[in-house]
Design a protein around this ligand. Structure first.
Ligand code: AMP
Length: 183
């Protein structure tokens, strides 16, 4: 769609090749659903793995796509020249800052340490009231079960507040995840 989208969702997800096919399908489902809702996708600007799948499906559905990629990763993550906007930045920190600034909500799909790092940054910022945007974790196949168990243990030991846990919306359903992004 042209013009200003209703909501821009920043999606964090795995970028490594070789992840299960079902995760690529999940990413495509999310991209398609973002488009179906008339929203914009903000993502890491790469074509590899789940990152590529979410962007391709979003664009196929007519969504505007804004990618943010550090110069150093242009080749490694195969920068997506078809993005409506491909913002090239210097550092990973610049990337996270722009992805945060451009999104009205943050949605983490299954991923690795890069996804985890991005998720924790926007989540902790939300807990500290540095922004008021929804932070959502789409947890399929128990991908984050170990992490969530550990976080509950940290709460029980007094290191993490229930308030903080409540600010992370966790669901295994794509529609529910995007509903939560709408706030
Ligand atoms: P991964 O979940 O490890 O597959 O990484 C997902 C995405 O996060 C990839 O595009 C990585 O380049 C990116 N990433 C990894 N570390 C950082 C970081 N410190 N800041 C911003 N993006 C990162």
């Amino acid at each position: 769609m042209g013009g200003r989208a209703l909501t821009a969702v920043t999606v964090y997800c795995g970028s490594r090749r070789g992840v299960p096919e079902s995760y690529l399908e999940l990413a495509a489902e999310v991209g398609g659903e973002i488009a179906r809702r008339g929203w914009e996708l903000v993502w890491g600007g790469g074509r590899t793995s789940m990152m590529g799948a979410v962007a391709e499906a979003a664009r196929k559905g007519g969504a505007r796509t804004t990618g943010v990629i550090p110069h150093a990763l242009v080749d490694r993550e195969w920068a997506d020249e078809d993005a409506d906007d491909l913002l090239r930045v210097e550092t990973m920190r610049d990337r996270k800052a722009l992805m945060e600034a451009h999104g009205d909500a943050f949605l983490a799909l299954p991923g690795g340490i890069g996804t985890a790092e991005e998720l924790f940054e926007v989540w902790t910022a939300r807990v500290l009231a540095m922004h008021a945007k929804p932070v959502v974790l789409l947890d399929v196949d128990g991908h984050y079960a170990g992490l969530l168990t550990w976080l509950a243990e940290l709460r029980d030991r007094g290191f993490v507040s229930q308030f903080a846990l409540d600010l992370l919306v966790v669901t295994d359903d794509v529609g529910a995840a995007l509903d939560a992004c709408a706030g």
